[in-house]
Design a binder for this molecule. Structure first.
Ligand SMILES: Nc1ncnc2c1ncn2[C@@H]1O[C@H](COP(=O)(O)OP(=O)(O)OP(=O)(O)O)[C@@H](O)[C@H]1O
Ligand SMILES: O=C(O)[C@H](O)[C@@H](O)[C@H](O)[C@H](O)CO
Length: 178
């Protein structure tokens, strides 16, 4: 990111299920003094029921969900507020709905191996998402391309190290704003 970039108002922390979106997103928001919003809270009940039953979502299941998140991102950024959103945003077309050309909305990609994420999901309790959906999450994933100017961090590190790695990649002035 160059120094003349406008300051981001919204960061979208993306990645497959179990990559750490909620964990990292909450800590990053706390560090920046911003609100945290979880994309899972925008799913219609039918989507959650489907995933809980071990069925992957289709594009058609995801479009209305993504549009609802995009509307909330616009509301927050347009009002001059800030937030971190945790949202899988697995495909480029999904991210295009969320970002739609805004340069005050930036992507943070949590990059990790299937093995590490499967281990973390196996250890996780009280979550609707079955570990059996991880293969379909990876099959659907389109990693951000350079033109998306995403901040990419490896998740094979402590939560504090990952948050630090994100913050140092934010424009300098913003990183100091905490
Ligand atoms: N850096 C880390 N080191 C160790 N454990 C981690 C790390 N990041 C996340 N975890 C753990 O991995 C599990 C998955 O993390 P989390 O629930 O935040 O992922 P998620 O991407 O939000 O998942 P989902 O999309 O399914 O809601 C949790 O049990 C969390 O405590
Ligand atoms: O697009 C999707 O398939 C969904 O967003 C999933 O990724 C879940 O919402 C989440 O990751 C489970 O907790």
């Amino acid at each position: 990111m160059s120094a003349d970039d406008p300051r981001a108002r919204v960061l979208i922390v993306m990645g497959v299920s179990g990559s750490g979106k909620s964990t990292i997103g909450e800590r990053l928001a706390e560090r920046l003094g911003w609100a945290y919003q979880d994309g899972d809270d925008f799913h219609p009940p039918g989507n959650v029921a489907k995933m809980s039953a071990g069925q992957p979502l289709t594009d058609d299941d995801r479009w209305p969900w993504l549009r609802a998140i995009a509307a909330d991102i616009d509301r927050i950024a347009d009002s001059g507020d800030h937030a971190v959103f945790g949202c899988s945003a697995l495909k480029r077309a999904y991210r295009d709905i969320l970002v739609h050309g805004r340069n005050d909305v930036r992507i943070v990609y949590l990059d990790g191996s299937r093995e590490l994420i499967a281990q973390r999901m196996a250890a996780r309790k009280d979550h609707f998402m079955p570990a059996g959906l991880l293969d379909s999450q990876f099959a659907t994933l389109e990693k951000p391309t350079p033109d998306e100017r995403a901040i990419t961090v490896t998740i094979d590190a402590s939560v504090a190290q990952i948050v630090d790695a994100i913050v140092v990649q934010l424009p300098q002035q913003q990183a100091l704003n905490r």
